[in-house]
Write a new protein. Structure first.
Length: 367
């Protein structure tokens, strides 16, 4: 559950090198998979079915790669301290089909531009993408440190996860039953619970302790180089507790009203998961956000902490154990089929299709 213009005004973002272009939408005439440097015309990266936008920052030594959970870029107007690369999976498949190609493109970009620190940031599905790409890039460049900052990520997509009620997850499982390539990608990359096992990875994961799905996914995560940040809240959109800090109550209320209104507009460019995951009580959500500044860092502070985090080196025994766990993950997932599955959660067992006059997400138990 995100807002694309959470923190900074457009003027502030433009001062840090951000363009005023709108986020990608279906049917755009321009090729969404081409990323160019600011005014240089250099093509930096091109990935099919992925929308990308590069924005230079004040500190060109750092790169923050921002993975969106939907077609809309998140934190689109936020003034990041370093260069920012916005990424969106246009198909909404949790970055699974494009993971390998995107990882190769990212490590080549990082090598070519000589970044000193790299952070992969994402929320929800984008949080899964951030953790997955962190793992793949770390495998491709074992001598470089990769860092991840994931807000309320889904961390186990395969085998079947009964805790995930999101419409996008049900759609992903349906497609995997019909398409061999998707099933193969899901079996190979569908579990990122042990991404922090690697010696060259540090992962920071934020989750809401009063959101059952967030809590269950966070409990699945493990690894020596893992930091968990608990938020005393009920929203799956845990990034909002940081991004809306120290704002007047009237401003926060207006932002939440926009988010809830957008969740109700179930058009082709809207994220169906946004509707399904919104807290039932907006007033409670408002109170939780207003209290967040008393115990949480700001988003700016959290970004700096994540960028500065240093992974611990694993002993030979720990590296062997991590490798064996990864092999068991892959082998276990390979033997799990997609032919006949129960519903992902009993709460959505009776859901109608996602089209029609009545909202399917209306019956989903909201966190």
């Amino acid at each position: 559950m995100q807002d694309d213009c959470l923190v900074r005004d457009r003027s502030e973002a433009c001062a840090a090198g951000a363009s005023a272009a709108a986020p990608p939408r279906r049917g755009d005439a321009a090729d969404p998979a081409r990323v160019t440097d600011d005014g240089s015309g250099e093509q930096l990266l091109s990935i099919p079915d992925v929308a990308l936008e590069f924005r230079p920052g004040a500190d060109r030594r750092d790169l923050i790669v921002v993975f969106s959970p939907s077609r809309r870029f998140i934190l689109y107007r936020y003034a990041f301290p370093g260069d920012a690369l916005y990424v969106s999976d246009l198909k909404g498949f949790y970055y699974l089909p494009v993971a390998r190609k995107l990882a190769r493109g990212l490590v080549e970009l990082i090598d070519r531009r000589g970044y000193e620190r790299v952070l992969f940031l994402g929320t929800s599905k984008g949080g899964f993408g951030a953790l997955l790409l962190t793992r793949l890039c770390a495998q491709m460049r074992p001598r470089r440190v990769f860092r991840a900052l994931a807000f309320s990520p889904q961390v186990r997509l395969h085998p079947l996860n009964p805790d995930l009620y999101f419409p996008s997850y049900r759609r992903l499982r349906r497609v995997a039953r019909a398409r061999f390539a998707m099933a193969a990608a899901l079996r190979l990359h569908g579990d990122v619970t042990r991404v922090a096992d690697a010696s060259n990875v540090h992962a920071t994961v934020v989750f809401a302790t009063e959101n059952a799905t967030d809590l269950a996914e966070a409990d699945r995560l493990g690894g020596r180089n893992l930091r968990k940040i608990r938020v005393a809240g009920s929203s799956h959109g845990s990034i909002l507790y940081f991004a809306l800090q120290d704002r007047p109550e009237s401003y926060v209320r207006s932002r939440l009203a926009r988010i809830y209104a957008r969740a109700r507009r179930r058009g082709q460019d809207q994220d169906q998961d946004l509707f399904a995951s919104r807290p039932k009580d907006p007033e409670r959500f408002l109170r939780e956000i207003m209290l967040a500044s008393s115990y949480l860092p700001t988003l700016e502070g959290l970004l700096e902490q994540a960028l500065a985090a240093a992974p611990s080196r694993l002993s030979p025994g720990e590296r062997l154990a991590a490798s064996l766990r990864r092999l068991r993950q892959i082998a276990g997932g390979a033997w799990r089929g997609f032919g006949s599955e129960p519903p992902t959660d009993r709460r959505v067992a009776a859901d109608p299709p996602l089209v029609g006059k009545k909202s399917a997400a209306g019956r989903i138990a909201k966190s």
